[in-house]
Design a protein around this ligand. Structure first.
Ligand SMILES: [Zn+2]
Length: 411
């Protein structure tokens, strides 16, 4: 059997393909088995996490080699090899164990690199990763269903699950899926690998001097700020898509209701009432997500835009920003808008690309001087030469400049 794909490879840029994560709702008869499986998975991951951290001689190896060495130490081998640190569980399916071991290795490596920066950081007591189901752990997989091999707490069994969400794109390769618990929903995350013929097309369009629309997502009353640039880098139009306050207000109302209902039942409320509010919340965010996406697209079409440019952040940064801005704020909706936009823009003949956002808020888009003051109330920023601009507009203009430079079209 071929080595399973871990689905951990992230952005691939120019190499001709991209990986996007499809999020599908998952429904099954025994959701608790998904949890016992995850529990078990993390115990194994912790075992390998600690095993690796206890063996400094393995730290410099590549992950694949590390896995091999850890297996020799923990699993009885051919010819009666006795492991020095036997895995304390019997009859764990091979690909389940491997996925968990890879999780443990990744966590250990990330711990080691953080430890190198700050020696006060302690080891993780517990891991809490989503289970990645390697080949052999799932079957009958489509956008409508999947059958997963799960641990009931007593035995391994196959469990059929229904899936709902949008269809996978044609000619895409599906990588190992994970089961992720989001709020009250069980989700299946599927990394989808697509060949990216777009790379050439984007370059062509850019060099032909197409109009671009650059977007910056915000956590203010505007969900997003946008600026349209023409073939020479001239600014054609500016736009803010508003409604963020209204959205947070509606979300807050629902969250209050959920809290009240939980207080009334001492936090044990898992029944219909709660479910109803969570569904409301989800619909609300879907509704706003679609609405803002459509508005952005309508504007793009009106302005004859053929490439939409979104800011790309590294994962850690976006996680922190998302956390800081709250789960149901306008900025949180950007994840949804990105997903919708990518899909809907394509249908309109518009391509969506991402440009690294590093540094776009640091300088003045007009003169390049350093930004020395940002007023979070008025959202105005001011540069060393006294230019005052809306901070998001300033950032999105810089994003546009960056994009044009990247494609060899200096502004
Ligand atoms: Zn300036």
């Amino acid at each position: 059997m071929k080595e399973p794909e871990t689905g951990k490879k992230e952005k691939t840029g120019k190499s001709g393909y991209s990986i996007t994560t499809w999020r599908l709702h998952l429904w099954c008869r025994h959701p608790e088995w998904l949890r016992t499986t995850q529990e078990f998975y993390n115990r194994i991951a912790e075992f390998y996490y600690n095993l690796l951290l206890d063996h400094t001689d393995l730290w410099e190896m590549r992950s694949q080699q590390t896995l091999r060495e850890l297996e020799i130490m923990s699993i009885p081998g051919r010819g009666g090899r006795i492991p020095s640190n036997p895995l304390p569980w019997q009859k764990v399916p091979l690909y389940f164990r491997r996925a968990a071991a890879n999780e443990g290795i990744a966590s250990a490596k990330s711990y080691l690199s953080r430890f190198a920066q700050d020696e006060k950081i302690g080891r993780a007591e517990k891991l809490n990763a989503a289970v990645t189901y390697y080949k052999g752990m799932y079957q009958e997989f489509s956008a409508k269903e999947i059958t997963l091999r799960v641990w009931t707490g007593a035995t391994w069994t196959w469990m059929h699950c229904r899936l709902s969400g949008r269809d996978f794109p044609e000619n895409a390769r599906l990588m190992s899926p994970s089961v992720v618990f989001e709020y009250k929903y069980d989700m299946l995350h599927v990394p989808v690998r697509q060949n990216n013929e777009n790379t050439a097309t984007v370059r062509q369009r850019m060099q032909a001097g197409c109009r671009i629309l650059c977007i910056q997502f915000t956590n203010s009353d505007a969900f997003a700020a946008g600026v349209v640039l023409d073939g020479t880098g001239q600014e054609i139009a500016v736009k803010f898509w508003k409604g963020g306050k209204e959205y947070s207000h509606h979300c807050r109302k629902l969250l209050e209701k959920i809290q009240k209902s939980q207080e009334a039942t001492g936090g044990r409320q898992t029944g219909r009432v709660d479910q109803k509010y969570w569904m409301h919340l989800k619909h609300l965010s879907e509704h706003y997500g679609h609405q803002v996406t459509s508005q952005i697209l309508r504007f793009a079409v009106e302005q004859d835009v053929s490439v939409i440019v979104l800011p790309r952040y590294n994962q850690e940064y976006s996680r922190n920003v998302m956390k800081g801005s709250g789960n149901w704020g306008p900025l949180h909706l950007s994840t949804r808008i990105r997903q919708y936009l990518d899909y809907k823009a394509w249908k309109n003949g518009i391509i969506v690309i991402e440009v690294h956002a590093t540094g776009i808020s640091a300088n003045c888009a007009r003169c390049g001087a350093e930004i020395i003051r940002t007023d979070t109330r008025t959202e105005l920023c001011c540069c060393a030469n006294g230019h005052q601009t809306n901070r998001y507009l300033n950032a999105v203009r810089n994003l546009g400049k960056k994009c044009l430079t990247q494609f060899g079209r200096g502004a």
